[in-house]
Design a protein. Structure first.
Length: 724
């Protein structure tokens, strides 16, 4: 591995080209800042250097500040390891340097990388270079002057959009906005940048210090007005996190009191933000997602993923059409099999609808959409399966049907072909029972809508080969999903851990707690939909089916009531027919429906579990805990059984599969911020009051009594050992 370094070459023209080199993205490690100071000092000192071109190695400018340093600050609590870059490098060395700097941008210039470029006196870029300040996604703000210089270069409006929404732009857009001075072909980048730097020194081009500019900022009343509106929007779009409001404070300070004041405030706010729970959670979520690709005995044994060029999908319903969409959008040929031409046509139309929907939402170019639609072919038999590399079965959840299909595809497909199922609940060993290809059988568990949701659970059995696991992980990456390898059990990782989510909501409802209060509190906590609204949207059929499956597997902790049956009997089918716990009308947000309350009363009377016949009295905090601690408890069982490789995989899966708020770091990270002991004691208390549903798991009890975090590696149980 090459160490991070900064190199300088001085040409006969008097231009020093300073290059940042730290593969793969030239992240700004601590030593890079030292290197920059050293090379700049030399360039300023040397009489043969007139100007500087600052660039990055191997086709990339820089991916930004080294995020490992954030993690170290979080672990040690020592903020002094953060380099002070904004004054000592961006202002003193680059912007106020006595010789001009031109930033030569290519590939990407993100975060701290772009901030260095903003401090330069001009920016030249190659086509399609990605430019952005995504720091807010890590719970902080730009910390090297970005909050001050970006508005001064491109105006406040656009700068807010880029920073608050962490939205990158291309160099072409940057050129139109005034962020980039010229876009040139890659082979001319350095030459054009050198010339630009010489033009500055010879006064043919202006020598611009961005921090001193005010021409694009607008008047103070205009600024105050724009910031006020942005504050309100940010309050709605980014609940429970401080960095958006803090970013607006810092920008306002700089515009009203001057750029240098803004820089000082930016630096101190940055140091406060890094210690917030939001930053700790977001940085953890970032590293957790990265870690998912490391799977012991799969990714570390020298295997190479095989090419998957053609995939057959069986079943063109909701999931099959979504999976097909994801594949064709990434140039993988799809054969879609259905039972008759009517269903086949429906499936193809659903794929077209998905693809055209992306075009109308401006997420896909029209020509790419048309090209993608040519990649799918419909069929009613197995003839076209003779040369497919993988089959993904997505038919209804029916064991004999899936078993028959697997026996058929074993015969119809070539011997290397991967045999995958999108089942959400059925044991894969059962599905593959009638074949002799256990090593090729795997679960490809997508989440609905499959072409949108980012998580792919790669479900391995004890016999699935490492090669097949690696191949499916690779396909997942190609189609822009995040593959998380999980073990084979009822509900796998996410659905299993979150099974108690709606169960505890129903239990609380029957103990007398108001349903709309529950939903509101959970949504305030940060999940997009409360448990009841989620059921309305998912459909009651799914609720009935999954409750039955979990009841069979975990009868000791499944809560049952007649409520969903009563809702269906009363003509309520959730979003499907516009009437559930909520009223769904086109064009407006779902509204709580008070006419559902008598049905709830009837269900409460039937099971009659309120202590003394009276509603229990609970605080808002207790409600959130009574919904989410049982999820943590089940997640502990998932860890204990070794269903996931590491605890942080469950964090990633909960964020990407259940939309658990990323700023809380994922379900296990969040639980550890509360403490195993508190969770254990609460569950113990509720289990005494309200029954077995809350009984703490063995893993939780052990962690709580021994004072060990839930996330600490365990893998001690026999089940866990067998899986890993
Ligand atoms: P669906 O009812 O929308 O579609 C199933 C399709 O399979 C139907 O179009 C049907 O005609 C077709 N089919 C049935 N037998 C077939 C055969 N022999 N050959 C070809 N096609 C056949 O069901 P869905 O919601 O897409 O679910 C499919 C699978 O995905 C199930 O195993 C389900 O558990 C799983 N899953 C569903 C979700 C979800 O949210 N719906 C999420 C994850 C996984």
């Amino acid at each position: 591995m090459r160490l991070p370094r900064v190199i300088m070459e001085v040409g006969d023209d008097g231009v020093a080209v300073i290059t940042v080199s730290n593969p793969p993205v030239n992240a700004l490690a601590l030593t890079i800042f030292d290197g920059l100071k050293e090379k700049y000092a030399e360039a300023m000192r040397r009489d043969d250097v007139k100007a500087v071109v600052l660039t990055g190695d191997a086709g990339k400018f820089s991916g930004g500040f080294d995020i490992n340093v954030f993690e170290r600050v979080h672990k040690t609590g020592d903020v002094s390891i953060l380099p002070e870059t904004s004054i000592s490098v961006a202002v003193n060395v680059i912007e106020d340097g006595k010789k001009p700097t031109v930033a030569a941008l290519q590939g990407l210039a993100l975060g701290g990388g772009l901030e260095l470029a903003l401090a330069a006196h001009a920016r030249i870029a190659t086509p399609k270079t990605l430019l952005g300040l995504p720091e807010l996604t890590l719970g902080v703000i730009p910390g090297s002057g970005g909050t001050q210089r970006l508005p001064r270069l491109i105006g406040l409006h656009k700068a807010l959009e880029l920073m608050l929404f962490s939205k990158p732009i291309t160099s072409e857009e940057g050129n139109g906005l005034g962020l980039v001075d010229a876009v040139v072909p890659s082979d001319e980048l350095i030459k054009a940048s050198r010339q630009w730097a010489l033009d500055i020194i010879e006064r043919r081009k202006p020598w611009i210090r961005s921090l001193h500019r005010i021409d694009k900022l607008g008047s103070v009343p205009e600024v105050v007005d724009i910031i006020k509106t942005a504050r309100q929007q940010a309050k709605q779009s980014f609940k429970n996190v401080p960095q958006h409001q803090a970013c607006l404070d810092v920008i306002e300070e700089g515009i009203i009191h001057g750029g240098y004041h803004g820089i000082l405030k930016e630096s101190s706010v940055f140091k406060d933000l890094i210690f917030t729970d939001a930053s700790k959670g977001l940085v953890h979520a970032f590293f957790s997602q990265r870690a998912t690709s490391k799977v012991p005995n799969v990714s570390d044994i020298g295997l190479k993923p095989r090419k998957i060029l053609k995939v057959a999908i069986i079943g063109g319903g909701l999931m099959g059409s979504g999976i097909a969409t994801a594949l064709i959008l990434s140039d993988i040929y799809v054969i879609l099999k259905e039972i008759n031409s009517e269903y086949l046509l429906k499936g193809i139309k659903a794929i077209e609808g998905n693809v055209r929907g992306l075009v109308s939402r401006k997420k896909l170019a029209k020509d790419k959409a048309e090209k993608a639609l040519l990649m799918v072919k419909g069929t009613l038999d197995y003839t076209d399966f003779k040369d497919v590399d993988m089959v993904i079965e997505a038919v209804v959840e029916h064991i004999p049907l899936k078993q028959k299909i697997f026996a058929d595809i074993e015969k119809a497909c070539p011997p290397h072909c991967i045999l995958a199922s999108n089942t959400s609940t059925i044991d894969l060993n059962v599905i593959g029972e009638k074949t002799k290809s256990q090593d090729r059988i795997i679960g490809a568990h997508f989440f609905s809508p499959a072409h949108v949701m980012p998580l792919l659970e790669v479900v391995r059995t004890e016999e699935t080969s490492a090669q097949v696991i690696l191949d499916l992980m690779n396909v997942g990456k190609i189609i822009k999903k995040v593959p998380v390898v999980v073990g084979n059990c009822t509900g796998f990782a996410v659905n299993r851990a979150f099974f108690p989510y709606s169960q505890s909501a129903h239990l609380l409802l029957h103990l007398g707690v108001d349903l709309f209060r529950i939903d509101q509190l959970i949504s305030n906590f940060g999940l997009p939909l409360g448990p009841f609204q989620l059921q309305d949207v998912a459909g009651y059929g799914v609720v009935v089916a999954t409750t039955e499956i979990f009841r069979t597997s975990f009868p000791d902790r499944t809560f049952q009531s007649p409520l969903v049956g009563l809702l269906l009997k009363n003509g309520r089918n959730g979003k499907n027919n516009g009437k559930g716990y909520y009223i769904f009308e086109k064009g407006s947000k779902p509204k709580p429906d008070p006419s559902v309350l008598p049905i709830i009363e009837e269900s409460r009377r039937t099971i009659n579990i309120m202590p003394g016949g009276k509603p229990i009295s609970v605080t808002d905090e207790e409600i959130i805990q009574m919904i989410l601690f049982p999820v943590v408890n089940e997640a502990c069982r998932v860890l204990d059984e070794g269903v996931v490789v590491r605890a942080s995989d469950l964090d990633t899966a909960s964020i990407l599969g259940m939309s658990f708020p990323s700023y809380r770091g994922g379900i296990i990270f969040w639980a550890d911020t509360i403490g195993a002991d508190i969770i254990y004691k609460s569950l113990q208390k509720w289990s005494e009051l309200y029954g077995n549903f809350f009984r703490p798991s063995r893993y939780l009890e052990e962690r709580a009594t021994r004072g060990i975090p839930l996330s600490a590696p365990a893998a001690t149980s026999p089940a866990a050992k067998a899986r890993l």
